[in-house]
Design a protein around this ligand. Structure first.
Ligand SMILES: NC(=O)c1ccc[n+]([C@@H]2O[C@H](COP(=O)([O-])OP(=O)(O)OC[C@H]3O[C@@H](n4cnc5c(N)ncnc54)[C@H](OP(=O)(O)O)[C@@H]3O)[C@@H](O)[C@H]2O)c1
Length: 259
C-alpha cells in the first residue's frame, strides 16, 4: 500500500487515477480547488483517505496546499496533474500578476515539489503538445508579446518535463518522471478527443506505485507505459537551471538542491 497525493483530482484524469489507486488498495489524498469541489471529490471517491483544498492559481493557495499535505505526513508518491489552458483564448492574469497557465501548470508543481516533504516518487503530467513548446524563459508571463494560448500551453507542458528532469538530476533518491496521457475526452480534452480514455490514467498510476523495473526509473518521459521521445531542451542542464532560477525568483522559494 502506497500513500499517494494527486493534484486536481476532483475531475478528469486526476480523479480517474485516484480511483485506480484506491481500487488497487492504495491510500489516496485528493486535491480540489475549494470546499465545494472538495465535497464533489469526496462524493466521487468516498474511498479516498483525505482531501486537501487550495486554488493553485495563487502562490498563497499553492503554499496552503503544501502545508496541508505536509500535515498529513510524507507521501510515497505525488502526481502533479492539475492543469489548465489548452487554447486559453486570452491571457488571464492571476492575483500575483502571473500568467494563469504558467502559474497553475508550472509554478504550482514547482512550489509543491519544493515545499512538500520529499516523496519517493514524483510524476508530472505533460502533453504531446510539449514537443511544440519553446523553452526560452525570457517572457514566461507573456507580457512582451501577443498572447498565443496554444503556444503558452505547449510551453507550460514542456516546462513540466524540464521540471521533472531537473528534479531527477538534483534529487537522485527520488524517482521523478513525466508523461503524456494521450488526447482524451475530459473537460480539457473536449468531446472529440480521439485517444483511448481507459489508457489515459494508467501510466501515472504505474509510475507512482508499480515495482516494475520499467517504472522504477528517473528522469524519463513516457506514453502508455513506454518511453517516448521528448523535446531535447528538457534534457539541457542549462534550460533546467534557468527554469528553476525563474521559479525560485517568482515564488521566493528555492528548490533544495542537496540530495
Ligand atoms: N485531456 C487531455 O487530452 C490531456 C492531454 C495531454 C495532457 N493532459 C494533462 O492532463 C492533466 C489533467 O487534465 P484533464 O484532461 O483531466 O483536465 P480537466 O478534466 O480539466 O481536469 C483538470 C483538473 O485540474 C484542476 N484544476 C484546474 N485549475 C485548478 C486550480 N487553479 N486549482 C486547483 N485545481 C485546479 C481541475 O479542478 P476543477 O474541476 O475544479 O476545475 C480539475 O480537477 C493536465 O495537466 C493536462 O495538461 C490532458
Amino acid at each position: 500500500m502506497a500513500r499517494v497525493m494527486i493534484t486536481g483530482s476532483a475531475d478528469g484524469l486526476g480523479l480517474m487515477a485516484a480511483r485506480m489507486l484506491a481500487d488497487g488498495g492504495h491510500e489516496v489524498t485528493l486535491h480540489a480547488r475549494n470546499a465545494a469541489r472538495a465535497a464533489d471529490a469526496r462524493a466521487a471517491l468516498p474511498a479516498a483517505a483525505h482531501v486537501v483544498t487550495g486554488d493553485l492559481a495563487s502562490l498563497a493557495g499553492m503554499r496552503d496546499v503544501a502545508a496541508q499535505a505536509n500535515q498529513l505526513g510524507r507521501y510515497d508518491a505525488v502526481i502533479h496533474n492539475a492543469g489548465v489552458g489548452y487554447r486559453e483564448p486570452a491571457r488571464i492574469q492571476t492575483r500575483d500578476g502571473l500568467s494563469h497557465v504558467f502559474a497553475i501548470n508550472v509554478l504550482a508543481p514547482y512550489l509543491l515539489t519544493a515545499l512538500m516533504t520529499r516523496p519517493g516518487r514524483l510524476v508530472y503530467l505533460s502533453s504531446g503538445m510539449h514537443r511544440a513548446g519553446n523553452a526560452d524563459v525570457a517572457d514566461l508571463q507573456w507580457v512582451g508579446r501577443p498572447w498565443n494560448g496554444s503556444q503558452a500551453y505547449a510551453d507550460s507542458k514542456l516546462f513540466d518535463v524540464v521540471l521533472a528532469f531537473a528534479v531527477a538530476r538534483y534529487w537522485p533518491d527520488v524517482l521523478s518522471n513525466a508523461l503524456e496521457p494521450g488526447w482524451v475526452a475530459t473537460r480539457m480534452g473536449g468531446p472529440a478527443a480521439p485517444d483511448d480514455m481507459t489508457q489515459a490514467p494508467v501510466t501515472q498510476v504505474w509510475l507512482a506505485v508499480s515495482d516494475d523495473p520499467a517504472a522504477t526509473v528517473s528522469g524519463q518521459y513516457f506514453y502508455h507505459q513506454r518511453p517516448r521521445q521528448f523535446h531535447p531542451a528538457a534534457a539541457s542542464h542549462s534550460v533546467q537551471d534557468q527554469l528553476l532560477a525563474s521559479c525560485a525568483e517568482l515564488t521566493g522559494t528555492e528548490l533544495p538542491k542537496e540530495p
